[in-house]
Design a binder for this molecule. Structure first.
Ligand code: HEM
Length: 342
């Protein structure tokens, strides 16, 4: 534990608060001006808005439009609540998505047959030139909905490496049934649903430990079809992740924009060699005595470690290379290894 942590945390909190507040004030002035320039029936009939603008709209709605004058100021309590929510969005919306992408690239490096199919899909939907993807997407964003295999790859990655979990407070009178039928009261307890354990449970999922994007494309009578309620990377119910649609869009775009241009390979061997070379004497002695740090989980060197959400171990050292322009997936002519009939 770093004893300076609370001070550092408070400093960063202050910087973030100041930044959000500045933006909030600017958007507030903007929205207020817009509201006064519109006739009442036009208010609220605008297009999509940012999270901050939506919050400000809610503020105006709560205050009732007639009561708002040009001198109306942002209420301090409201501003503090918005600031907290925006901080939550910034944290919940970036860490999870970026670490999932790191795991997607890791799984792709281990499954060239999946990379092949992915590149093939992008060729089909966007044509053979990867450099035209951005303009095509801007002109017709719905093209990403045709990338069903891309979505399947992301969903399957989230099954194997769910980055987040949840925490619920137990309630008096609410019990959970154990496997043997015994009822376990929840009162006075916190309950964590371990998504990783559910997602990899062979009693729940067929071929639970295999990376099979195809399971998201098979029909409901197929043995691989995902069991109801068992897939919960974003959780299920009224508190389910509010950003799940956004995140799935972001990740699809990232894959579509990169996977025909770059090749990525984990570089743990290189990393471990550098680390061993720079290790102190105690670490070396520990290693010789067999007390060294854990290096693999179920044969996976990029195992999940908890850093807010879960991240690949050691920050995922990797080597990224640029593929020749226009090479596309054709270079990787590898047969499907999953052997799934579709
Ligand atoms: C791979 C990406 C993501 C994963 C796996 C993920 C997962 C989760 C999970 C498991 C929860 C807890 C739900 C619960 O307690 O039942 C959650 C909550 C939340 N997520 Fe995400 N999330 C992701 C991306 C995002 C994005 C992009 C945003 C916003 C831009 C976001 C915003 C939130 C917020 C605000 C909550 C709290 C909701 C509440 O308490 O009601 N998340 N997320």
């Amino acid at each position: 534990m770093n004893p300076l942590r609370p001070i550092i945390q408070s400093y960063h909190g202050k910087v973030l608060r100041r930044y959000i507040r500045k933006d909030l004030n600017a958007r507030f002035a903007e929205v207020k001006k817009k509201r006064f320039s519109l006739s009442p029936p036009d208010v609220g009939t605008k297009g999509p808005s940012s999270a901050i603008s939506l919050a400000i709209d809610a503020f105006f709605q709560e205050k009732k439009i007639e009561e708002v004058s040009e001198t109306t100021e942002l209420n301090e309590d409201f501003a503090a609540t918005v600031s907290h929510q925006i901080r939550l969005f910034l944290f919940a919306g970036t860490d999870t998505t970026s670490s999932t992408l790191a795991f997607v690239y890791h799984l792709l490096a281990k499954h060239p047959e999946v990379v092949f199919r992915l590149r093939e899909e992008h060729d089909q939907v966007f044509g053979p030139d990867p450099s035209s993807v951005s303009s095509l997407l801007k002109a017709k964003p719905t093209l990403i909905n045709q990338c069903l295999y891309t979505l399947a790859v992301i969903k399957e990655t989230l099954r194997i490496y769910p980055p987040a979990t949840n925490l619920r407070q137990g309630i008096t009178g609410v019990s959970l049934p154990a496997l043997n039928g015994q009822l376990l009261p929840t009162e006075g307890l916190f309950i964590i649903i371990n998504h990783q354990a559910i997602h990899q449970n062979p009693r729940v999922w067929k071929r639970a430990n295999e990376f099979l994007p195809e399971r998201w494309l098979v029909s409901s009578d197929h043995e691989l079809y995902p069991p109801a309620g068992a897939y919960r990377p974003f959780d299920i119910g009224s508190r389910a992740c509010i950003g799940q649609t956004l995140s799935l869009i972001e990740m699809r775009i990232a894959l579509i924009m990169t996977c025909r241009t770059f090749d990525s390979k984990p570089a743990y061997d290189e990393w471990d060699r550098i680390r061993a070379r720079n290790a102190g004497w105690w670490t070396k002695i520990d290693g010789m005595l067999g007390f060294g740090v854990m290096n693999e989980v179920r044969g996976d060197r990029a195992y999940q470690t908890e850093k807010a959400g879960t991240h690949p171990s050691d920050g995922y050292p990797c080597r990224v290379s640029l593929l020749g322009c226009g090479l596309s997936g054709k270079k990787y002519h590898i047969q499907s290894a999953s052997g799934i009939k579709r």
